[in-house]
Design a protein around this ligand. Structure first.
Ligand SMILES: [Ca+2]
Ligand SMILES: [Ca+2]
Ligand SMILES: [Ca+2]
Length: 214
């Protein structure tokens, strides 16, 4: 990075911009998704995506990632091959930071193990806004969630404590529960039974140490 400064104008009254910062992109390094397609079982809990760096790894580099889908506001019961962040996975957005000499970074996306017979569904992950490197050829990956349901459920999964607690973490925090938090909230919910969990959680006093959702 450097700067260019202008001064001593001639035949004009003033200079509106006198300094410009010039950033030289490091085209000796590239960042890209390691695979253009990733398949994950619905029961796997997480999809893991890897970004690789090749070329000059002697400097730090960053890039942003984000999930997206084309399901819009369609009902979760619609089976058309489109995974939805409202139904099938947790939105993942962030910045990957490569330290000096790091050649790969990963991020994870929560996957919802619902009870719907819906077939395999897909969404995408995009890589953008690099710094300290250029983007390589693979900046978009298709994530396929393999359905593991073959017959209609006899019970709404949200009436199950484990599913309910897990879904609260995904919906409110964008991640899966840690072991301590999951154990404590599972115990809290089981005090009154799964179907009362939602009401029960909202009426709980301040949870004990270790069971805070964050
Ligand atoms: Ca779905
Ligand atoms: Ca399932
Ligand atoms: Ca399913």
């Amino acid at each position: 990075m450097g700067s260019i400064a202008l001064s001593n104008p001639t035949n004009i009254s003033s200079l509106f911009t006198t300094n410009v910062t010039v950033t030289i992109a490091n085209d000796d390094a590239t960042l890209q998704l390691s695979n253009a397609s990733v398949t994950v079982d619905e029961a796997a809990a997480l999809a893991t995506v890897t970004v690789t760096r090749v070329g000059d790894i002697s400097r730090a580099a960053t890039a942003q990632f984000a999930t997206t889908d084309s399901a819009g506001l369609q009902s979760c019961t619609v089976a058309n091959g489109k995974a939805s962040e409202r139904c099938d996975y947790g939105t993942a957005v962030g910045t990957l930071r490569f330290a000096i000499n790091e050649t790969a970074k990963t991020f994870t996306i929560p996957i919802v193990n619902d009870a719907l017979v819906e077939g395999d569904e897909t969404f995408t992950v995009n890589l953008s806004a690099p710094s300290g490197a250029l983007l390589g050829a693979t900046t978009t990956a298709t994530i396929t969630i393999t359905d593991n349901d073959s017959s209609p459920a006899t019970q709404n999964p949200v009436d199950g404590v484990a599913f309910f607690v897990t879904q609260q973490y995904i919906d409110f925090l964008g991640r899966l529960p840690d072991a301590v938090g999951f154990a404590n909230w599972t115990r809290v919910c089981r005090c009154t039974g799964p179907k009362q969990s939602r009401t029960r959680l909202s009426r709980q006093p301040e949870p004990e140490s270790g069971s805070n959702f964050p």
